[in-house]
Design a protein around this ligand. Structure first.
Ligand code: KMH
Ligand code: ZN
Length: 275
């Protein structure tokens, strides 16, 4: 089977140190969590940045500082900044990291309730705009889909030329207000995309490892990290991001899936076609 790409979502915008003390806020903490996750087997770091007090920001200079600091230690790792940012941010605020020299970024493909009064808004025009900017800047979008309607929108927009390939999906399942992350949900989404598209799965909370295992079994890729889930198993907090990555590597071994290096990940995702 193909090699497994592990993405580590080290920080997120919503989780705080009160929930887990290894959520990185400072540049030094971002670097430390990235290095450990990479050494454990992650080839992609999904990155949100914060101010030192933990406030999420999409500030271009903060991203640049973080990316340069990470690359000083692990120059070959793929850094995938978020263009989702935090709820309530404007389009242009969210898109700031795409002005940097990056290979890949998330592209959120539809709106979803995030629990309580929170709605993560991504209108069709937002999706088209983000895709256009990423195409102009030669950035591979990781197509974040929180439910089946988002997948359908991507396929429609791709057909009409608004989204560029190669198509690489990320099924983000289990958010409060989104699609659950049961096996039937995973199979439905996986079977809805073209056979030459690649996909990764990000299970939120208790869905993280069951979905990782399903994706590994079915030739897909996996995202884990403290952005999505804090626990190694029920009631046991993960030590840090790397702890979550190590668990995925162990599951992968059981299925005979080797872990991809960053260059192997670039090849699997056909990143050389993004021109
Ligand atoms: N923090 C969420 C509002 C992404 O990174 O593209 C959006 C998010 C998705 O985390
Ligand atoms: Zn994110």
């Amino acid at each position: 089977m193909n090699k497994l790409i592990i993405t580590c979502a080290i920080s997120g915008a919503e989780v705080t140190k009160a929930q887990h003390d290894k959520i990185p806020y400072t540049i030094e903490e971002v670097v430390s969590e990235s290095i450990k996750a990479y050494e454990a087997g992650a080839s992609i770091i999904h990155l949100h940045v914060r101010h030192d007090d933990g406030t999420p920001t999409q500030d271009k200079m903060r991203y640049q500082e973080a990316i340069e600091a990470i690359k000083k230690h692990i120059p070959n790792v793929i850094i995938q900044p978020s263009t989702g940012g935090a709820i309530g941010m404007s389009r242009d605020e969210r898109l700031q990291p795409t002005e940097l020299n990056i290979e890949m970024a998330t592209l959120d493909c539809g709106s979803v309730n995030f629990g309580g009064d929170d709605v993560f808004i991504n209108t069709e025009n937002d999706v088209k705009y983000f895709a256009k900017v990423m195409k102009e800047r030669h950035i591979l979008p990781e197509l974040e889909c929180f439910e089946k309607g988002h997948v359908d929108s991507v396929l429609k927009l791709y057909k009409k030329g608004f989204i560029h390939g190669p198509l690489h999906f990320s099924f983000v399942l289990g958010v409060s207000g989104g699609m659950t992350g049961e096996e039937r949900d995973f199979m439905f989404l996986k079977d809805s995309i073209p056979s030459d598209a690649t996909f990764s799965v990000a299970g939120i909370g208790r869905y993280e490892f069951p979905l990782a295992e399903l994706s590994i079994k079915h030739g897909g890729h996996v995202r884990v990290g403290l952005e999505d889930n804090l626990y190694l198993e029920k009631g046991v907090l993960a030590i840090d991001n790397a702890d979550l990555v190590r668990k995925v590597v162990e599951i992968a071994k059981q299925y005979g899936r080797e872990v991809a290096t960053p260059d192997e990940a670039r090849h699997i995702l056909r990143m050389e076609e993004v021109k």
